[in-house]
Write a protein that binds this ligand. Sequence first.
Ligand SMILES: [Zn+2]
Length: 423
Amino acid sequence: MSTTHCDPSPQCGAVLYCGEACLQTDWKRCPDDVSHQFWCPRLAAFMERAGELATLPFTYTAEVTSETFNKEAFLASRGLTRGYWMQLSMLISGPGTPRHPRGSMPSLSLLLRGDPYQLLQGDGPALMPPVPPDPPRGLFGSWQDYYTWRGLSFDSPMAVLLTYPLTVYYVITHLVPQSFPELNIQNKQSLKIHVVEAGKEFDLVMVFWELLVLLPHVALELQFVGDGLPPESDQQHFTLQRDGPEVPVRSGSGVSARLNSGTKEKGGRRDLHIKVSARPYHLLQGPKPDLVIGYNSGFGLKDTWLSLLPRLQSLRVPAFFTESSEYGCVMDDQTMAVATGGGTSPPQPNPFRSPFRLRAADNCMPWYCNAFIFHLVYKPPQGGAARPAPGPAPPAPTPAAPPAPARRRRGEKKPGRGSRRRS
Ligand SMILES: [Zn+2]
């Protein structure tokens, strides 16, 4: 057997090994719960969802969800080689690809010039159709419904970028009402959302403009927070607006995006206010948000989560996170338990996940950007008989303690998180 050729574990088919000896070493790794013997059946269960995750309505689904999907070739063949598409190419790059250097990021003021969708263009005709004249009648729970209403062709790859705003939309319209009905989020006229440990999604910030189209009745404030954000963007804030009740049809889209130089917007309806705090979350001052979102989080991969999670627990704010795999969700649950004594809700597939399958060097697990969503389950307050507010989990059986001792395996690479976007 060649040393460069790897075969998957015969039972789970998830982890790649360069040979029998390599597999045997991993099989018996200590302690037990990092061994492949422990993980193999669990990974096999994750692998069983590959078909479900690859069920998407696009014409190119078979190509982009295959194990051998070549993202660069796909993007190039469609002329998607500039603006956000170029960034995307680097965004979800495989292991070993150099990290996108911050210095080459288009400056915020450049991003804000003109059409919000200009960075979503390829070389061909406009990719985003005009905004439909009427607001959505119902709530979208699938790409199928959203694409149909938005006038997007099922051949359009926009879902790859729109996964970010659509995930926020899905959390607001489906998951918060389901898990935190007492918040009555559907009736709120304004929402403050913190996007924590923000990074790459901030590089695509204009895609969040789509939230104005989807939730035209809500004044939204998105605050991107994290020490991974470009320092020069710290404390910047700007407003994206739809001009007037009707949105014009051309690519200009009737949006005005401008740097807000401190003048407070009055009557913020229809606006999307974007704020940036390039600092760790626990150092953030200001009012409590209505909602916290984190993309492809990886709690175990960065130390700042160990201060962030307790901070969220003390705020007791609904906090939703995406992961690219169920494996990531299990690790996040363990980190949450260690950091706060709480846990996480069972992850569910995100209907607005990115259709592009991510590839890793050491495994064939079905990973997708924003594949699964869960929310934090906070430990009940000390000595408090009352249910934590907001407390999604019924108090009867305590789901907080994971069956295995919740040990955090920092730096533990198996079964491979190499292609995750955080590093
Ligand atoms: Zn296996």
